[in-house]
Ligand binder design. Structure first.
Ligand code: C2E
Ligand code: MG
Ligand code: MG
Ligand code: MG
Length: 284
């Protein structure tokens, strides 16, 4: 009964009854219930190769479909999920949903790639790389179809295990991209420490393009540097044709942003025409 549960909770908090603990407890309950009730969903935003203007894949972006609050965006809960440790279960749920969707694409003969965001905390799990590979295998998916988007915080992770996980996943054929490049400390040395395949230029740098008459030495030299390091360059947050034209001339390989499409639900995606173009991608 409620009375019993209340007493149980009281005992739980007895030794250290403070607001932070209670908040954490309530949030933890809400997260687990939401996970169990499958309230976390992925939306998908197309990534377009500029040379061919074809959709080559999609970034999976999590949303919390809350029964009362409606659609809750990740900026509202990822930090909390990281602080409470829930990000680990959430991360596996995201991977499962991404694999499920890709398996559906395969059943339709569509070979698009999926990019999934990974928190540095996830990379601290001893079994991270093994579990990612076995998840792919259980869905019969080629590892080359999955891209992990990591941030430079992974390099700063003292544990060091993060880089090893990324190396073995890279070896297995996954793509690894460095997300939000140009937003943080952005040490160029990080680029060589991580087994990257792609560099993602942060939206803040792309947004500035419009304010600087579409000439940004930072963006253009980042593209040149990344290419010298053998990386593909993807720009995020493209909203205008001018940005697209500039990036194309500057040698950017792939672009993503509202200019092409906002992130879509699976249902929207299945009806979106460029989806079919992705049949011609090289991903097996
Ligand atoms: P991100 O990985 O850098 O993702 C790009 C964000 O920019 C997304 O916001 C996307 O909807 C938004 N965006 C894309 N194109 C445009 C554009 O043209 N203009 C503007 N203004 N915004 C654009 P979203 O979906 O709210 O996600 C925010 C952040 O939450 C992500 O940034 C990522 O860091 C995190 N995130 C999302 N899904 C996951 C997840 O499954 N796991 C983890 N750990 N983090 C996630
Ligand atoms: Mg991302
Ligand atoms: Mg980003
Ligand atoms: Mg971002």
């Amino acid at each position: 009964s409620a009375k019993q549960a209340g007493r149980g909770q009281y005992r739980f908090f007895d030794s250290s009854l403070n607001v932070a603990d209670i908040e954490e407890f309530v949030l933890e309950q809400a997260f687990s219930a939401a996970l169990e009730e499958r309230q976390f969903v992925l939306h998908y935003q197309p990534q377009v190769r500029l040379e061919s203007m074809q959709v080559i894949g999609y970034e999976a972006l999590i949303r919390w479909q809350h029964p009362e609050f409606g659609l809750v965006y990740p900026d509202r809960f990822i930090t909390l999920a990281e602080r409470s440790g829930f990000i680990l279960s959430l991360g596996w749920e995201v991977l499962r949903l991404a694999c499920e969707e890709m398996a559906f694409w395969r059943s339709q003969g569509i070979k698009a790639q999926m990019a999934v965001n990974v928190s540095p905390l996830q990379l601290r799990q001893a079994d991270f790389s093994d579990r990612v590979l076995s998840e792919l295998e259980s869905y019969g998916l080629d590892p080359a179809c999955l891209e992990l988007e990591v941030t430079e915080t992974c390099v700063l992770d003292a544990e060091g295990q993060a880089i090893e996980h990324l190396q073995s996943l890279r070896k297995a054929g996954l793509h690894i991209s460095l997300d939000d490049f140009g937003q943080g400390y952005a040490g160029f040395s990080h680029l060589q420490m991580l087994p990257l395949t792609r560099l993602k230029i942060d939206r803040s740098l792309i947004t500035k393009l419009s304010n600087t008459h579409n000439d940004s030495p930072i963006v253009s030299s980042t593209i040149i540097l990344a290419k010298r390091l053998g990386l593909e360059v993807i720009a995020e947050g493209i909203e205008t044709r001018e940005q697209l034209v500039y990036l194309r001339l500057a040698g950017c390989d792939i672009a993503q942003g509202y200019y092409f499409s906002r992130p879509m639900t699976a249902d929207q995606l299945h009806k979106y025409p460029p989806f079919m173009d992705s049949m011609e991608t090289t991903c097996a």
